[in-house]
Design a protein around this ligand. Structure first.
Ligand SMILES: NC(=O)c1ccc[n+]([C@@H]2O[C@H](COP(=O)([O-])OP(=O)(O)OC[C@H]3O[C@@H](n4cnc5c(N)ncnc54)[C@H](O)[C@@H]3O)[C@@H](O)[C@H]2O)c1
Length: 252
C-alpha cells in the first residue's frame, strides 16, 4: 500500500546506512525523494537504486553543517518536486572513542555540529517550507544514546540528547501548524558506522549485540520502517516523541 503517494520527502545522510534505507522506504511508500549526502557517490547510488525500482528521486549534495547548503537543499526539494511534506534529518557521525578528558576540542565541535546544529539548520528551512505548504512531518535521527549514556562517547551522547530536546522544542511550537516532529532512537545498527567495530574482535561483536535483549544488531530497514511510519497518517497524533527502535535496549 502506498501511504505517501504525492508526498515529497527529503533525507540527509542518504548515501549509505540508515539514510539510504530510509530514502528507499520513502520511495516504496510512494513519495518523491530528495536524496542528500556530503558524499556524491553514495547519494547518486541511492538515487539509482530508487529509479531502478520505478520510484522518483533527485540528488542534491549538501554538507548539513553549512547553513547556505542546507537552505539550498530545501529550496532544491521545493523547486524540483513542488513542495516538502516529509523530512528525515539523519546525517551523523560517531566521533573518536575517548574518555571525556581526552576528547579533543575540535572533535567535540565536529560531533556537535554534524549531529545537532545540522538538525537545527535543517528544521529551520524545512519548517518554513512546510508552513507554506499546509504542514508536514519531520523525523530526526537521535539514538538510544539520546536517551541513556554509553561510555567513551560524551560528545555523541550529548549531541543525541540535544537532538531529543530540540525535537521536543520544535514539536511544541509547530504542532498547531500541522507539522509533527519526532525523533527515532536506533539501537546499534548494521551500518558502516559499526561494521568495522563489530569485525574488530569477537568480544566487540558480542558486546554490541549484548546491549539489546534481542541479542542482534538492527537492520537499517527496520529503522527506516519506523521513520516512514512516523511520517505517515498512521502516526497522525504522534508528536514530540523520541521513539526507541532498539530491540529493548533502553527498557532494561
Ligand atoms: N548505526 C548505528 O548503530 C546508529 C545507532 C543510533 C543512531 N545512529 C544514527 O543514525 C544516523 C545514520 O547513521 P548510520 O549508521 O547510517 O551512519 P553511516 O556512517 O553509515 O552514514 C552516515 C551518512 O551521513 C553522511 N554524512 C556525514 N557527515 C555529513 C555531513 N556533514 N553532511 C551531510 N552528510 C553527512 C555520510 O556521508 C554517510 O552517508 C546518524 O545520525 C547516527 O548517529 C546510528
Amino acid at each position: 500500500m502506498s501511504t505517501l503517494e504525492n508526498k515529497v520527502a527529503l533525507v540527509t545522510g542518504a548515501g549509505t546506512g540508515i539514510g539510504q534505507a530510509s530514502a528507499l522506504a520513502f520511495a516504496r511508500a510512494g513519495a518523491k525523494v530528495v536524496v542528500s549526502d556530503i558524499d556524491p557517490d553514495g547519494g547518486k547510488a541511492t538515487v539509482e537504486a530508487i529509479l531502478d525500482e520505478g520510484g522518483e528521486a533527485s540528488f542534491q549534495q549538501a554538507d548539513v553543517t553549512d547553513p547556505g547548503q542546507v537552505e539550498a537543499l530545501v529550496a532544491h526539494a521545493v523547486r524540483t518536486f513542488g513542495g516538502l511534506h516529509c523530512a528525515h534529518n539523519n546525517a551523523g557521525v560517531l566521533g573518536p572513542s575517548a574518555k571525556l578528558v581526552d576528547v579533543a576540542d575540535a572533535d567535540w565541535a565536529t560531533v556537535l555540529s554534524v549531529n545537532l546544529t545540522s538538525v537545527f539548520l535543517c528544521m529551520k528551512h524545512e519548517i518554513a517550507a512546510m508552513l507554506g505548504g499546509g504542514g508536514g512531518a519531520i523525523v530526526n535521527t537521535a539514538s538510544f544514546s539520546g536517551l541513556v549514556a554509553v561510555p567513551f562517547a560524551s560528545a555523541y551522547v550529548a549531541s543525541k540528547h540535544g537532538v531529543v530536546g530540540l525535537t521536543k522544542a520544535a514539536a511544541v511550537e509547530y504542532g498547531r501548524k500541522g507539522i509533527r516532529i519526532n525523533a527515532v532512537c536506533p539501537g546499534t545498527t548494521r551500518t558502516q558506522m559499526n561494521i568495522q567495530r563489530a569485525e574488530s574482535s569477537p568480544e566487540m561483536a558480542k558486546a554490541m549485540t549484548d546491549i539489546t535483549p534481542m541479542r542482534r544488531l538492527a537492520e537499517p530497514s527496520e529503522i527506516a520502517a519506523s521513520v516512514v511510519w512516523l511520517c505517515s497518517d498512521a502516526a497522525s497524533f504522534v508528536n514530540g516523541h523520541a521513539m526507541p527502535v532498539d530491540g529493548g535496549a533502553v527498557a532494561q
